[in-house]
Design a protein around this ligand. Structure first.
Ligand code: DC
Length: 225
C-alpha cells in the first residue's frame, strides 16, 4: 500500500504521516529528508571550504555524490545515509530548508532521487510525504492527500517545534523564509508542488494535530472498507 501526502513546508505532513503510519502499522518515509541530505552534503562536504554557503553556485556542482545517498528503515525509523554514514540527525536544521528547496529544483537531483524513492516503496507498505509524491513519484498511489495550512499557522509550528532548529530567528524572518520556499517549490519547472489529481485536500489551519490525523484515517478507512 502507498499513501502520499504532499503539501507546503511545515504543513504538518511529516508528523501526521508518522502518526498515521503508527496507527496503520506501516512505514513512514519523509522524502524531504533526501533533499535535505543533498543540501547537507553540499554545505558540509562538497563546499566545506566555503565560508559563505549562500555563495555556492549550485548550477556547477558535481552531483554524482547523490547516488551515494541512501534511505533505509531501521526499527521502523527512516534513516538517511551518505557513504554509509547515518546523517539523519543533522537534517532537521531550518538552515538546510532553503538550500534543500533550491537544490531540489535541479533536474539531475530529482532524477537521481526518483529511483531511491520508488525502491523504498517496493519493499514496504508506506506513507510518504513530500512535494511531488502523488503527482510524479507515485502517481498510482492507493490514497493521495494534499495537506495545507495558512502561513501563520505554519510559522507558529516551526517556532514551537523542538525538532526544527531555527537558530533563534524571529517570526518575521521565519515567515519570509517560508513564503520564499513555498514560492520556489511551487514554481520550479520540474515536479513543482501541485495538488495531485485525485488528491483529497485537507486544511489543518484550524485543526489540532489529532483532529487532522483523524480526518485522514476517516477517509482511508472509508475508502478501504
Ligand atoms: O519536506 P521538507 O521541508 O523536509 O523538504 C525540504 C525541501 O525539499 C522542500 O522545500 C522542497 C524539497 N522537496 C521536494 O522538492 N520534493 C519532495 N518530494 C520533498 C521535498
Amino acid at each position: 500500500m502507498i499513501i502520499t501526502i504532499d503539501g507546503p513546508g511545515a504543513s504538518g505532513k511529516s508528523s501526521v504521516a508518522q502518526e498515521i503510519a503508527r496507527k496503520l502499522g506501516i512505514h513512514h518515509f519523509s522524502t524531504g529528508l533526501l533533499y535535505r541530505a543533498v543540501a547537507y552534503v553540499v554545505m558540509y562536504f562538497v563546499h566545506s571550504d566555503s565560508s559563505n554557503n549562500h555563495a555556492v553556485d549550485i548550477q556547477n556542482i558535481d552531483l554524482s555524490f547523490v547516488s551515494e545517498i541512501q534511505f533505509r528503515f531501521k526499527d521502523g525509523h527512516g534513516l538517511v545515509f551518505f557513504k554509509g554514514i547515518d546523517i539523519t540527525e543533522f537534517l532537521f536544521d531550518e538552515a538546510l530548508s532553503q538550500s534543500a528547496s533550491a537544490l531540489s529544483a535541479l533536474p539531475e537531483v530529482r532524477h537521481r532521487l526518483l529511483d531511491v524513492q520508488r525502491a523504498v516503496a517496493k519493499d514496504y507498505d508506506v506513507i510518504v510525504d513530500g512535494r511531488d509524491c502523488g503527482s510524479v513519484v507515485f502517481p498510482d498511489a492507493d490514497f493521495k492527500f494534499f495537506l495545507t495550512a495558512s502561513v501563520e499557522s505554519r510559522v507558529q509550528r516551526i517556532l514551537k517545534d523542538p525538532n526544527r532548529a531555527h537558530a533563534g530567528h524571529d517570526e518575521q524572518y521565519v515567515s519570509g523564509q517560508l513564503i520564499a520556499r513555498d514560492q520556489r517549490d511551487s514554481t520550479r519547472a520540474i515536479a513543482p508542488l501541485v495538488v495531485p489529481q485525485d488528491a483529497v485536500i485537507i486544511d489543518s489551519s484550524d485543526l489540532t494535530f489529532h483532529q487532522t490525523v483523524d480526518k485522514f484515517l476517516e477517509i482511508i478507512t472509508k475508502k478501504a472498507g
